[in-house]
Design a protein around this ligand. Structure first.
Ligand SMILES: NC(=O)C1=CN([C@@H]2O[C@H](COP(=O)(O)OP(=O)(O)OC[C@H]3O[C@@H](n4cnc5c(N)ncnc54)[C@H](O)[C@@H]3O)[C@@H](O)[C@H]2O)C=CC1
Ligand SMILES: C[C@@H](CO)CCC[C@@H](C)[C@H]1CC[C@H]2[C@@H]3[C@H](O)CC4=CC(=O)CC[C@]4(C)[C@H]3CC[C@]12C
Length: 338
């Protein structure tokens, strides 16, 4: 059994992947990162040499995009585990305006950071520059210094200013969570209890397709029941929720339920009793009641393609897109709850 360090499970995104440094990173990842499942190469200008890389075992996805466009960055980031952000304007010759340099190097980096937070990509590697340190505008030498050597970094040129600002954004974003939950949830349901979940966008899409095809295929579809499904992973109710809550800073404590099932049944029953006793005064509606506990603890998953066979249904949103959109929705809900 290959250890996890060797199993290709990771998705990397390299911005500026067609640049001088980016190409070296792309080629080296393919040669030296055994955990790589997919390598996304994001660049304003895609190079033809990318095509030769697609013949290998790792999925190489070329994405033409602009880091100054937040939605393009988020779309490329969706489902990535690691992003290496090298895209930038290297210009100390006045080819580009200070505004353009700032837009690409600073706003582009902010867009990458925001996309990480939105999509739950936890690891960002940023290519900074020695110019962030110096030489400063006073011409002070920096002789064989290190990261801790004191030096007055004072810049006026657009490029070093942009790299210094971008680096500061990245450093400040370290440890940032989508939400300020930062809380802990305690497992109550065994991880082995699979529960079927489907992204709401795919549920909506199936409804649209059924309504559209019903008239033409009434003989086949009339009176039929169709399970709704997509590529959402089979997980316990709580583990599935963590796909969206982990990127928002929540942690699920315990590999196994922390309380014995009989105690959960007792607590659920007490909740039901309390609800009954309090009903004349207040509506008490706890998450945990006998019904919800039973549902959460009963494996219920489907595997079917009847909807595809009968009316050509295919999920509109991939798992990665569904997950990203749900994380964004959770974050928006948290923002409106403040
Ligand atoms: N070349 C050098 O000596 C040094 C470079 N760096 C940094 O390394 C990184 C990469 O630099 P190089 O590979 O040398 O430059 P490069 O110009 O060869 O590569 C930059 C890549 O970014 C892409 N890019 C530019 N604007 C973009 C945008 N708006 N959206 C998406 N992609 C965009 C370009 O198409 C190019 O492929 C930059 O962040 C630079 O600041 C740091 C220190 C030294
Ligand atoms: C015991 C708790 C410890 O974390 C977990 C409680 C989870 C419950 C609130 C949910 C477990 C199963 C859910 C239901 C299931 O997904 C099927 C459903 C289908 C529907 O048509 C409506 C929603 C629901 C009943 C759903 C509701 C929430 C759960 C009971």
């Amino acid at each position: 059994m290959a250890d996890s360090a060797q199993v290709p499970t990771l998705v990397y995104l390299v911005t500026g992947g067609c640049g001088f440094l980016g190409e070296h990173i792309v080629r080296m990842l393919l040669e030296r990162e055994p955990r790589l499942r997919e390598l996304r190469v994001f660049d304003l200008h895609l190079s033809s040499w990318l095509e030769e890389l697609k013949a290998g075992p790792v999925q190489v996805t070329a994405i033409q995009g602009d880091v100054t466009q937040a939605h393009e960055v988020a779309a490329a980031m969706s489902g990535s585990h690691v992003v290496i952000h090298t895209a930038g304007l290297v210009d100390v010759f006045g080819k580009a305006s200070p505004k353009t340099i700032h837009k690409v190097n600073v706003q582009g980096t902010q867009n990458v950071i925001d996309a990480c937070v939105q999509t739950g990509t936890q690891y960002l590697v940023y290519t900074s520059s020695m110019e962030v340190v110096g030489p400063n505008i006073k011409g002070h030498p920096f002789y064989r210094g290190n990261e801790d050597t004191p030096y007055e970094a004072v810049h006026s040129h657009p490029y070093p200013c942009s790299k210094a600002l971008a680096e500061q954004l990245v450093l400040e974003a370290n440890g940032r969570k989508g939400l300020r939950f930062g809380g802990r949830l305690f497992r109550a349901v065994p991880a082995s209890v699979e529960h079927g979940r489907v992204y709401v966008g795919n549920v909506a899409w199936m409804h649209i397709l059924v309504a559209r095809e019903l008239e033409q295929r009434a003989a086949l579809m009339g009176g039929q029941v169709y399970f709704c499904y997509d590529k959402s992973p089979y997980k316990s109710y709580e583990d599935f929720n963590m796909e969206f809550l982990s990127p928002c800073g929540l942690r699920l404590i315990g590999a196994h339920p922390l309380l014995p099932y009989w105690l959960l049944v007792l607590l659920a029953t007490l909740n039901a009793l309390l609800q009954w006793l309090l009903r004349p005064l207040v509506l008490y509606t706890p998450l945990l009641n006998p019904y919800t506990l039973a549902m959460a603890n009963t494996t219920f998953t489907v595997s079917t393609n009847k909807a595809q066979r009968h009316f050509g249904y295919k999920p509109l949103f991939s798992w990665e897109e569904s997950r990203t959109r749900t994380i964004q929705w959770v974050q928006a809900m948290e923002g409106s709850a403040r």
